[in-house]
Design a protein around this ligand. Structure first.
Ligand code: PEP
Ligand code: MG
Length: 910
């Protein structure tokens, strides 16, 4: 990014950039629309100040200063000059001086980026305290305990944020002091004890940072400002930006604001709240507060906060003022607000307001209610729900009405939904306890963390709970794929797998005890709650979708391989099947022997015999799918994976053979196993993903394509005879040349005619191809001579374009993301620049040959909102995704089209 500051050394030349924006005394230099510069928090503070709300005065150092700091490693002279000017103005307005005099000014220093990144960056409170000003503060407030407590908090926060001293170094000192003084709560330590803590804390600083805690308040400010700039690039922040699609280039603003204290006694307090319930969306005032406390006490969970409605009893005037202000804020921003406030000696101060984060259900309800209240239009409402949030409607949730809910702890909400079951500690135990069929029993697998060895237990468990791991840990990733509820990283849990017990909150839970998990909020709840079933037909969600859907241009289909999934997909609104992977039908217990017989056969005749046995089974599946789709198109792909996938693994065979040779050397099975081993070895490929798979199978074994085409057309004719409309689309995988396509299309068309003649009935059908290879994209105009439709297999197309193995990318992907070499996993979010270019080019070239060419996508990207947006922009006809993502894809497609038509910002890349 070429900027002014790169070409003009800012140290020598005064620039015209305004880096620092003041707010206070009823007026702000910035305003609410300046989020790019002031960040969300800074813009909100400016807006609230201008609206005449009680906001402690201060100033915002804008994001450009952060970007410069990241480039040059230091702030420019201009930034320093402007900051000092703003500080002077603040001191004048307050009649105080930073960290000086009888009534010292203290400030908070907080981050605030354009997009809210809750808790990801750093904050420092009570800045300005030093050995002198702490005494002044003690005298002024006539409260020595409060003053020393504020000072020790500053040293602790400053130490960990600015000087990067591990937190536990301070915690150890504090806990030791509590032990020594036999104090149960932090608040039990008196002024004298806290003074001793301060002495110890300073030693910690000296030891770890090799410098003294800075006594100069101005030095503190500069150092804190820079630490906040640096916190933009801490691991948490980087990770959050990646999963939220926020650009790394934005930088954060820094807000410096006069401190107000919620811990000045019984008429002071602090709290947070929402103008509506963020979990349900109900229009009720929601939040919590604590009297005589500072913000971090609420967050840290040291004391249990009180529901906000109680504030009406404690301080009715303040309560009413807070309600009046927050109602005004919601009307002003036309969205649910998440606010922070502090009461200092009976006076209310607003510290922050922003649009509140909410669950999917709440997002839908709030959007609908706000339309009904006349606050927003239906068109605006469409953008108030993130497409991924609709998943909430498709998973079960806890029924908390009339239930005793004792939250034991909170972990990361890794995979949404709810699960209630009895605790087990090992995967084997899970399998044993969970049972089968009618005697199925819900279990929750509780582990420190899961590994691939636990997969069998994870499969049968109702839910998974781990004490370690993050949002991309094994447990998180696997359960999301399974659509199973999971809470990870619940650090308060002491899981002892050997003793088969878990300790939390001073309680011990053993194998067999009941717990309930909320995978949407991360809560772990004691006992057996009831669950509410998923509600894909929730009336509010349907109303909401009915507003969005008319805009949608893209059709949304589902990837479904068996009739059950097809029925599910229809229930979620799929308008056809975009990919039926026929090989999945062969893995069933009753089919795999025939499949293996087919692969073992050396002669075509033997292969045909085996295929004949598979034909009726495959035909029955297609009948089920055609019926479920009832007139919607069904794309069926001919066999794709390399054949060895259907045979036992070589290593397993070797073991089995060795055992038999040692125990029953005469067993006839041994001979059979040797034959299988020989075949497995023949089929072995160094690089099976680029090997004998896709259309290459159908070309070398045309009888496979024949059998599959026959099953498709016989099923289609049978269903059509029942009066149900069928639209089969036969899809050839992994083509790269026109001749490959022509070869397979000829077989399919020949068999179709044979079946139509035999059965004396025709059905409409198409033959098309997947575009999964760069070459196919390059010669798409040629391939379209034979292919009547294209479907982008972006899993393979990503693999072949990048040359990244889709199975092995995790070896280096974390490093690539960490280094910023890749912004996202290209197998999750379509790479617009590279793979996307091929998609665009193939679509254009294909349509040059065949103007009405139907084009879709059926890789994993088909259900990911940003990729769906790209497909809309590229003029595809449809996207196809797993049934559980159909709703998400429908909304993403509707939003993409609505943002075109309404000319509003709906772009998914921030
Ligand atoms: C693809 O490659 O995108 C695709 C859908 O096929 P598969 O995942 O079965 O290889
Ligand atoms: Mg593929």
């Amino acid at each position: 990014m070429a900027t002014l500051t790169e070409t003009l050394p800012t140290e020598t030349k005064a620039s015209s950039i305004k880096y620092v924006y003041f707010f206070g005394g009823g007026k702000a230099e910035g305003h609410g629309k300046m989020k790019d510069d002031l960040g969300g928090k800074g813009a909100g503070l400016a807006e609230m100040t201008n609206a005449g709300l009680p906001v402690p005065p201060g100033f915002t150092i804008q994001t450009e200063a952060c970007r410069e700091y990241m480039r040059h490693g230091k702030a420019s002279a201009d930034v320093n000059r402007q900051m000092d000017g703003a500080l002077e103005r603040l001191e004048k307005l307050q009649g105080q001086r930073l960290g000086k005099g009888e009534n010292p000014l203290l400030v908070s220093v907080r981050s605030g980026a354009k997009f809210s990144m809750p808790g990801m960056m750093d904050t420092i409170l009570n800045l300005g305290l030093n050995d002198e000003s702490v005494e002044a503060l003690a005298k002024r407030g006539n409260n020595a305990r409060f003053a020393y407590d504020s000072y020790r908090r500053l040293i602790q926060m400053f130490g960990s944020v600015v000087l990067e001293i591990p937190k536990h170094a301070f915690d150890e000192v504090f806990d030791a002091k509590k032990k020594q003084k036999k104090a149960k709560l932090d608040t039990d330590l008196d002024a004298k004890a806290l003074k001793e803590v301060i002495v110890e804390y300073k030693k910690v600083v000296k030891k770890h940072a090799k410098q003294d805690f800075p006594q100069d308040a101005h030095d503190q400010l500069v150092m804190a400002r820079e630490a906040v700039f640096r916190s933009w690039n801490n691991d948490r922040a980087k990770h959050y930006r990646r999963i939220s699609n926020i650009s790394d280039d934005l930088g954060t603003a820094v807000n410096v604001q006069a401190m107000v204290f919620g811990n000045l006694g019984e008429t002071s307090g602090t709290g947070v709240g929402f103008t509506r319930n963020p979990a349900t969306g109900a229009n009720e005032f929601y939040g919590e507060f604590l009297m005589n406390a500072q913000g971090e006490d609420v967050v840290a969970g040291i004391r249990t906060p009180v529901p906000i409605l109680e504030l009406e009893k404690v301080m009715p005037k303040v309560y009413n003022q807070l309600r009046e202000i927050t109602t005004r804020l919601e009307k002003h921003y036309r969205d649910m607000q998440d606010f922070e406030f502090t009461i200092q000696e009976g006076r209310l101060y607003m510290l922050q307001t922003r649009n509140g984060k909410r669950t999917g259900r709440a997002a839908v309800r709030v959007a609908i209610q706000m339309v009904e209240e006349g606050l927003i239009t239906k068109e605006e409402a469409i953008f108030r729900v993130e497409p991924n949030q609709l998943y909430d409607f498709l998973v079960p949730r806890l029924d908390e009405k009339n239930a005793k809910v004792e939250v034991l702890t909170k972990g990361l909400p890794a995979s949404p939904g709810a699960a209630v079951g009895q605790i087990v500690f090992t995967a084997d135990e899970a399998v044993k306890k969970a049972g089968h069929g009618a005697s199925k029993h819900p279990v929750i697998l509780v582990r420190a963390e899961t590994t691939p060895e636990d997969i069998h237990g994870m499969e049968v468990a109702a839910g998974i709970l781990t004490s370690r791991g993050g949002m991309t840990s094994h447990a998180a990733v696997v359960t999301r794929g399974m659509g199973k509820c999971c809470v990870v990283g619940a650090g308060d849990l002491g899981v002892d797998e050997k003793k088969r017990e878990v300790r939390v909150k001073g309680q011990v839970f053993k194998e067999g005890d009941w717990i309930s998990l909320d995978g949407t909020s991360g809560r772990v709840i004691k006992g057996k709650l009831n669950t509410l079933p998923p509600s894909p037909d929730d009336p509010e969600m349907l109303t909401f979708m009915a507003w969005a859907e008319p805009f949608r241009k893209l059709r949304v289909r589902a990837n479904a391989d068996i009739p059950r999934d097809a029925i599910q997909a229809r229930a979620f609104g799929a308008e056809g099947i975009g990919l039926c992977r026929t090989e999945h039908m062969f893995f069933a217990e009753d089919r795999i022997p025939h499949m293996r017989a087919m692969i073992m056969a050396r002669e075509e005749a033997d292969r045909r015999t085996a295929l004949k046995k598979l034909l009726p089974m495959q035909r029955a599946d297609f009948v089920g799918i055609f019926k479920a789709m009832d007139g919607f198109p069904v794309t069926i792909r001919t066999l794709d994976p390399p054949l060895h996938e259907f045979l036992p693994r070589r290593e397993d065979l070797l073991v089995e053979i060795a055992v038999l040779e040692a125990t029953k050397p005469k067993s006839p099975k041994l001979k059979e196993l040797h034959k299988v081993l020989t075949r497995v070895e023949e089929l072995h490929e160094f690089n099976p993903m680029l090997g004998h798979r896709g259309c290459r199978l159908g070309i070398t074994y045309p009888e496979i394509t024949e059998m599959q085409a026959r099953a498709i057309f016989e099923a289609a004719v049978a269903v059509a005879k029942d009066g149900i409309k069928v639209l089969p689309e036969v899809m050839i995988p992994l083509t790269g040349t026109l001749k490959e396509m022509a070869n397979q299309a000829a077989i399919v068309r020949r068999v179709a005619e044979e079946v139509f003649t035999e059965k004396k009935q025709r059905v409409e059908y198409m033959v098309g191809t997947m575009i999964e290879l760069p070459r196919a994209a390059l010669v798409a105009d040629e391939i379209a001579k034979e292919a009547e439709f294209f479907s982008f297999g972006t899993n393979d197309l990503t693999q072949t374009t990048f040359g990244f193995s889709r199975d092995d990318i995790n070896k280096f992907l974390p490093a690539y993301l960490e280094e910023g070499i890749l912004k996202q996993d290209p197998f999750a979010v379509l790479d617009r620049e590279g793979v996307g270019q091929l998609v665009r080019m193939a679509t254009e070239r294909g349509r040059k040959t065949r103007p009405n060419l139907k084009v879709g996508i059926c890789g994993e990207h088909g259900g990911e909102p940003s990729s769906v947006e790209f497909c809309h922009m590229t003029g595809l006809n449809y996207v196809s995704c797993s049934p559980y993502r159909v709703l998400t894809a429908r909304l993403a497609a509707a939003q993409a089209a609505a943002s075109d038509q309404l000319k509003v910002e709906g772009g998914r890349t921030k």
